[in-house]
Design a protein around this ligand. Structure first.
Ligand code: NAG
Ligand code: NAG
Ligand code: NAG
Ligand code: NAG
Ligand code: NAG
Ligand code: NAG
Ligand code: NAG
Ligand code: NAG
Length: 331
């Protein structure tokens, strides 16, 4: 009995090793065909040299198969020389959860609408490429997205308000583009999760919409834009903001009137704006890890206490008449 089982096993092993690859490989044949088409559309770049028709695509570089159904669930290219646009065929990888295209400077054109067919996509990162044109509003159809990172590209036009309808978004990186227009009102309507927002290094203008007061942001970076008005929507004792970078904009308000800060506030950068008045005493009650109010129009004495004397003078310099340690004493 035992010996016959042994021989049976040997025969099975021998048979399997001589079967054509298509019957023994893990990779789904449809996915393999799609990936080979993508490779072809990208001009058969050398970074994708391991993508060959006679090998199992679950073993190819830059892709990962799901352990349970062997479908392609991740495509991540972190750098490479590819001179092409993103092919429409990319939409034919229905099990894709992670798509990362990063540091591919000759990747140009726009985001193809076929991307909306990727209904399981959780992470979409297209960063440090030369993609341009508008940020398409159809990205809001990708309801499973938790990370949307389109930073360091040449996208222009305004931020599509529809992005606020993404119920699972945890971080939104649109920084380092050429985006214009205002922050959409709809950003006060993030329903499910409230994502960390990165909009720095764009050309955004207008005031921060009042609707944002309804949302508990924890991380927001609006630095290096052309935003105006005040920031009161983020402050107040009920708020939950922790990291806030509003530096290098055109914000203009009386700092003396901002007396209530959330206890959660840990990083506050206001440098290079037109903020006037004086620093409120309540800042001494915060556990601030970083504070920078330099290059504004502040006056009066820096309140003493808390962590306000922990920073060097560059946190306060270049104001109209701010004084007291770590700046020169007041007269
Ligand atoms: C990008 O394209 C230009 C011109 O086509 C070429 O000279 C350059 O080497 C390419 N760079 C990369 C990183 O592929
Ligand atoms: C890509 O962008 C860089 C600057 O970010 C630029 O110097 C380069 O010419 C662009 N390449 C293409 C192919 O558009
Ligand atoms: C975006 O850039 C393209 C190419 O430079 C230009 O034709 C288009 O008018 C720009 N769109 C906006 C809204 O600025
Ligand atoms: C925000 O949501 C409310 C209630 O769902 C809706 O009435 C309003 O039009 C939305 N505002 C924006 C700017 O999307
Ligand atoms: C802030 O909290 C107070 C109670 O601490 C409450 O009365 C008030 O309605 C809250 N304001 C907002 C805008 O949630
Ligand atoms: C924001 O957080 C506060 C607690 O700091 C809470 O009372 C309030 O209900 C929250 N608001 C929303 C819209 O989640
Ligand atoms: C700023 O507000 C404070 C307190 O309300 C007020 O005393 C001061 O005159 C204001 N400063 C300016 C420059 O408007
Ligand atoms: C504050 O910001 C200014 C302007 O960017 C910078 O020069 C300075 O080093 C910063 N100081 C601190 C303590 O962050």
């Amino acid at each position: 009995m035992k010996t016959s089982f042994f021989f049976f096993a040997v025969i099975v092993v021998v048979l399997c090793s001589t079967l054509p690859l298509s019957l023994t490989q893990r990779c789904n044949v449809k996915d393999q065909i799609t990936l080979l088409r993508i490779k072809n559309s990208l001009g058969n770049p050398t970074v994708l040299a391991s993508w060959t028709s006679n090998s199992d695509c679950c073993n190819w570089r830059y892709v990962e198969c799901d352990l349970y159904n062997d479908r392609i669930k991740s495509l991540t290219v972190y750098s490479g020389s590819i001179s092409a646009t993103i092919p429409d065929t990319l939409g034919n990888l229905p099990y894709l959860e992670t798509l990362i295209l990063r540091k591919i400077t000759n990747l140009t054109g726009q985001i193809p609408a076929t991307i909306t067919k990727l209904t399981r996509l959780k992470t979409l990162t297209i960063s440090w490429t030369n993609l341009s044109g508008p940020i398409p509003s159809f990205l809001s159809q990708l309801k499973t997205l938790t990370t949307l990172d389109l930073s360091y590209n040449n996208f222009n036009g305004s931020i599509p308000p529809e992005l606020a309808t993404l119920p699972n978004l945890e971080s939104l990186h649109l920084d380092r583009n050429e985006l214009t227009g205002p922050i959409p009102d709809s950003f006060g309507n993030f329903t499910g999760k409230v994502p960390a927002i990165y909009l720095s290094h764009n050309l955004l203008s207008g005031t921060v919409p009042r609707s944002l007061a309804q949302v508990n942001f924890t991380w927001i970076d609006l630095s290096r834009n052309k935003l105006q008005g005040d920031l009161s929507v983020f402050f107040g004792t009920n708020k939950t903001i922790a990291t806030a970078d509003f530096s290098r904009n055109m914000f203009e308000f009386n700092m003396s009137t901002m007396t209530e800060f959330p206890a959660s506030l840990s990083v506050l950068d206001l440098n290079h704006n037109s903020i006037y008045g004086s620093l409120p005493e309540t800042l001494t009650g915060l556990k601030l890890e970083a504070l920078n109010v330099s290059y504004n129009r502040l006056c009066g004495e820096i309140p003493t206490g808390g962590r306000l004397q922990n920073y060097d003078n560059t946190a306060y310099f270049h104001n109209r008449c701010l004084c007291g340690f770590p700046l020169a004493a007041c007269f």
